[in-house]
Design a protein around this ligand. Structure first.
Ligand code: MGD
Ligand code: MGD
Ligand code: SF4
Ligand code: MO
Length: 712
């Protein structure tokens, strides 16, 4: 029997886990690591099923190649030969933009894909780069980019010191926190209470987090920007604007005052469903708290006014003097710093061919991927590479996208399962399980509520190549070096580049992600190397967050742009919305479950116990009005499509709103996830409308989709 200490790579919380293996290298137990400097023993059901994931017989162990419509197991050499035979001619005949990429969420939890995926994408040089970001947090990158000059400078709630937490559109007791790396959310929220603080939740549903909170406001979906503007309005009219130390670093304060004028609590109340007096009180409590923080997540980003809401969250943090202050919204300082020049944020360097959507941080909205595949002409997408992504379940109008993928000339999926998306590929390249690769949370330490770092060596060796090698092999092919590219030469080249940007000499004692992380640590602020982290299996704690303004700012002015032009340009759209009569039509929102991980962990038996979770939540009043019975089937119809799903009548959802979780619908032809298929659920993105976007950022509206619900 052996034990290993690993950082869980499954969500943003970065929990330390203790994994026990028997003599046959089977995982017998996974528990929270009590000694982990950050998570101190916390674990959730997903982390506990790392062993089940590792031993899942459906996890791919060899490349698959489609021959005459059927997948056959092939060697890596055969897989690369096929790719080298089919991909470069598409680039030669139709240009680089003919190959699209879709990069999914687990890639951000995987250093091989994070660090070497970008090498592949750069070599590919396509404008058709898509990722899960445009169905997730892009509005926050947009607001951070325009306000602070750096799309990655996202302030996070200083949870352990705050005395007032205003949460909009997040359910961290279930999601375990997002854009806020904080293991054991429950313990930390309890801490706020124990300090005499207050938690206020704004959410159309009385979620677990809402029930835990002191106060819950059931907002009408999509109206957060109106509510937040009203809070700003009150701060000005009640003379509570106190940016404090930040005053000398601000541009645009008067613009914000003027912009907020029409959005009085009285004006927005009919739309938000939150009374004017309540709104006023929320603003004053925020202003008068000793310290406080406003935090918004998915419910505020994947909606019609995602960018405005994301911006206003930080405007409020600034106006109340709580940005960059302990107990407020603070900028983490990670041990590994991204190397390279920080340039002021820009958008629209290119536009999508069919609909003309602007590029944002190098990406186009995935909502328009089907347009780009279907529409003939120069620049049409003819090939697709998915890297740890399941757009077939996770992106809007999934039915249309599935048909579009069928029409591609060539498709590669770098994925660990033959699932709803990879089934459409011509070649699937699998990667090692989380226990078979080193891990370091490069992305999430940049969003962590304490400055911490923890390196996890691979627990087990893998018969599969590491995914950084896979990325480099593909890089070699698209760079014209054929299927036999010299991976170690390419790796040396990548490391030399990272070293040069960091102003260091390249090292030769390590390869792959370990070397790059070591270089980035050396370039970082804490005077540590990878060897130091290797000697600290429970992690290193560099302490609570510290103020970083002005050093963190990267705007052209060197100041915080409180009213950045590209964001302000969207305010007229919100004013028009305010002028419209209140709309009481039914709208659809999503939800998450503690035992789901977006679309891809439903194949693990321990995570799907307890009956079908894929139901539509309907308020009793709506159920009575529409003739819907608890447990009966209902049809849900939108402009994009239609689905049928069992009804769950509950007063935890606001009237006028229904909720379906995403990530289900595992009955697609040809997928090979046997456990998931037995309990498939339905794909909520069949009804998500790909034409509804947050305008500035191009992020899909996944919350607040107009639908009709009827008994079947
Ligand atoms: N309606 C609706 N849709 C949503 C959302 C919503 O709230 N509502 N949420 C959105 C959000 S926030 C996100 S992040 C996206 C997620 O969207 P995606 O990233 O497209 O989907 P995931 O479900 O995360 O699936 C990831 C894929 O990665 C594979 N995978 C897992 N681990 C590895 C690995 O180590 N290596 C490789 N190569 N592959 C791996 C899995 O098999 C799976 O195919 O979904 C979005 N879609
Ligand atoms: N267990 C589990 N954890 C996860 C995931 C998972 O699938 N399962 N996914 C991970 C990923 S990729 C992400 S991005 C994060 C997301 O992390 P969170 O944002 O915390 O996740 P959700 O539970 O989707 O919470 C969003 C909330 O917004 C509410 N909402 C919907 N529309 C609106 C609106 O218009 N306004 C407001 N104010 N609220 C609204 C919903 O009711 C929901 O409670 O979670 C991560 N963690
Ligand atoms: S909360 Fe996230 S990081 Fe922690 S055990 Fe669960 S899935 Fe893993
Ligand atoms: Mo996400």
């Amino acid at each position: 029997m052996t034990t290993a200490h690993v950082t869980c790579p499954l969500c943003e919380a970065t929990c330390g886990l203790e994994v026990t293996l028997d003599a046959n290298r089977r995982v017998t137990r996974v528990t929270g690591d009590d000694k982990d400097v950050f998570s101190r023993g916390y674990i959730c059901p997903k982390g506990a099923s790392l062993g089940a994931l590792h031993h899942d017989p459906d996890r791919l162990t060899t490349p698959l190649l489609k021959r005459d419509g059927e997948f056959v197991e092939v060697s890596w050499q055969e897989a690369y030969d096929e790719i080298a035979r089919r991909l470069p001619p598409i680039i030669e005949a139709h240009g680089r933009d003919a190959v699209a990429v879709y990069a999914g969420n687990p890639g951000v939890h995987n250093i091989a894909l994070t660090l070497y995926g970008r090498v592949l994408y750069k070599a590919l040089g396509t404008k058709n780069f898509y990722s899960a970001t445009s169905v997730d947090q892009m509005p926050k990158h947009y607001s951070a980019g325009t306000m602070f000059g750096d799309p990655l400078a996202i302030p996070v709630p200083d949870l352990d010191r705050t005395r007032h937490l205003l949460v909009l559109g997040a359910n961290p007791l279930v999601s375990n926190g997002s854009l806020m790396t904080a293991p054991d959310i429950r313990g930390r929220l309890r801490g706020i209470r124990e300090r005499g603080g207050k938690i206020v939740v704004v959410d159309p549903r009385r979620t677990r987090t809402a029930r835990f909170a002191d106060e819950h406001h059931a907002i009408r979906p999509g109206t957060d920007a109106l509510l937040l503007f009203a809070l700003v309005n009150v701060l000005f009219t009640e003379n509570r604007v106190r940016p404090g130390r930040l005053a000398e670093h601000l541009n645009g304060l008067d613009d914000v005052r003027a912009l907020a004028e029409p959005f009085t609590p009285e004006a927005v109340a009919p739309r938000t469903g939150i009374g004017a007096a309540e709104t006023r009180r929320m603003a004053l409590e925020l202003a008068d708290a000793e310290n406080a923080v406003v935090y918004g997540r998915i419910g505020t980003t994947t909606q019609t006014f995602g960018t405005l809401a994301s911006w206003l969250v930080d405007v409020l943090n600034v106006l109340t003097g709580h940005l960059d202050e302990p107990g407020g919204a603070m900028f983490p300082l990670a041990a590994c710093q991204p190397t390279g020049n920080r340039r002021p944020f820009a958008v629209g360097r290119w536009r999508s061919r069919v609909r003309g959507y602007p590029e944002v941080v190098g990406e186009l909205p995935v909502a328009t991927l089907a347009d780009e595949i279907e529409t003939p002409g120069e620049g049409q997408v003819r090939a697709l590479i998915t890297v740890s992504g399941n757009p077939g379940l996770s992106t809007p109008n999934a039915g249309r996208l599935a048909a579009a993928l069928d029409s591609l000339d060539f498709m590669i999926s770098v994925d660990v399962y033959l699932n709803e998306t990879s089934r459409q590929a011509d070649v699937i390249l699998p990667g090692p399980s989380p226990l078979e690769r080193p891990h370091f949370d490069l992305a999430f330490y940049q969003l962590s509520i304490r400055n911490v770092a923890n390196w996890t060596p691979a627990t087990l060796s893998s018969a599969l190549p590491q995914e950084w090698e896979t990325m480099l092999r593909l890089t070699g092919i698209v760079a014209g070096q054929g299927p036999e590219a010299d991976v170690s030469a390419l790796d040396d080249f990548v490391a030399a580049d990272v070293a040069r940007r960091a102003g260091l000499e390249v090292t030769h004692d390590r390869t792959g992600p370990a070397r790059l992380v070591d270089l980035m640590l050396r370039a970082g602020p804490y005077d540590v190397t990878l060897a130091d982290l290797e000697a600290a299996p429970h992690g290193m704690d560099f302490g609570p967050l510290k103020p970083r303004i002005p050093e963190v700012l990267c705007t052209a002015s060197g100041r915080i742009e409180l009213a950045p032009e590209p964001v302000v340009a969207d305010v007229p759209r919100l004013r028009e919305e305010l002028a419209k009569p209140a709309d009481d039509g039914l709208v659809l929102i999503g939800r998450r479950h503690l035992s789901s991980n977006n679309s891809w962990m439903h194949n693990l038996a321990p995570l799907i116990r307890g009956g079908n979770r894929c139901t539509v939540l309907v308020h009793p009043d709506d159920a009575a009005r529409l003739g819907l019975a608890d447990g009966a089937l209902a049809s849900v119809t939108s402009r994009a499509g239609k689905l049928e799903i069992p009804v769950e009548v509950t007063d935890e959802i606001r009237p006028g709103v229904v909720s379906i979780p995403h990530g289900w619908g595992h009955d697609a032809d040809g997928s090979r996830t046997r456990v998931a298929r037995a309990n498939p659920g339905v794909n909520s993105n069949l009804v998500a409308d790909e034409t509804l976007l947050d305008v500035p950022s191009g992020t899909s509206v996944l919350n607040g989709i107009p639908v009709e619900v009827a008994p079947v």
